[in-house]
Design a protein around this ligand. Structure first.
Ligand code: 9UX
Length: 74
């Protein structure tokens, strides 16, 4: 079955930020769904659902590619 994991991402303040992060993360192998609880001025909660285990490094790379910072886990 699908796996789900939460990550904290800093720097997102608007819906365009959410779109950028979602786009990068859905391009990661195995990722099926991305949900973002936007918290402007704080770390947003990003929930990644995937078909198998996803490495924190892969998530970090995608988040950084979008221009934001992964603060947890990893
Ligand atoms: Mo506009 Mo969201 O620069 O960072 S895309 S606020």
């Amino acid at each position: 079955g699908a796996l789900s994991a939460d990550f904290l991402v800093e720097g997102m303040t608007c819906s365009h930020c959410v779109s950028s992060v979602t786009e990068e993360l859905t391009a990661v192998d195995g990722v099926q769904q991305v949900a973002v609880d936007l918290r402007p001025g704080a770390a947003s909660v990003v929930t990644v659902t995937s078909s198998g285990p996803i490495s924190d490094d892969a998530v970090r790379a995608a988040v950084e590619e979008a221009g934001y910072t992964l603060t947890a886990p990893g």
